[in-house]
Design a protein around this ligand. Sequence first.
Ligand SMILES: [Fe+2]
Length: 129
Amino acid sequence: MEYIQWQPAFNLGNETIDRQHRHLVDILNETFSLMMAYAENGRFIEKIGELREYAKEHFLFEEELMEKMAYTGLKVHREHHRNFIGELDTLEGKIRKGKKSAPAEVFLFIRDWLLEHIQVTDRGYAVYL
Ligand SMILES: [Fe+2]
């Protein structure tokens, strides 16, 4: 398991969105550090809260942009965002219950989701920017 190193290929070419994605990756990497340090659950929950709040801001920004562009994939993309927040809440619940594997589960879920989001899902609208 490894933290994420930002790749030039992650850039979509929109300065604001790329900056927001980088920040999401940074928070995710902080989650990784907490995991490697066997941090206590409260610190994970705090970090997940930080990621959730920032992700919500980012999603809103993207959705407004897609709305302005009249992007036809907006509905599906919005659903993709909602599912992420929902899954994050579920995983946070597992941490709260003290499930030992939950921090690793959270990290892997966010990592896979974020990489897919940046490299695949967001490319759907980014080509029109
Ligand atoms: Fe995004």
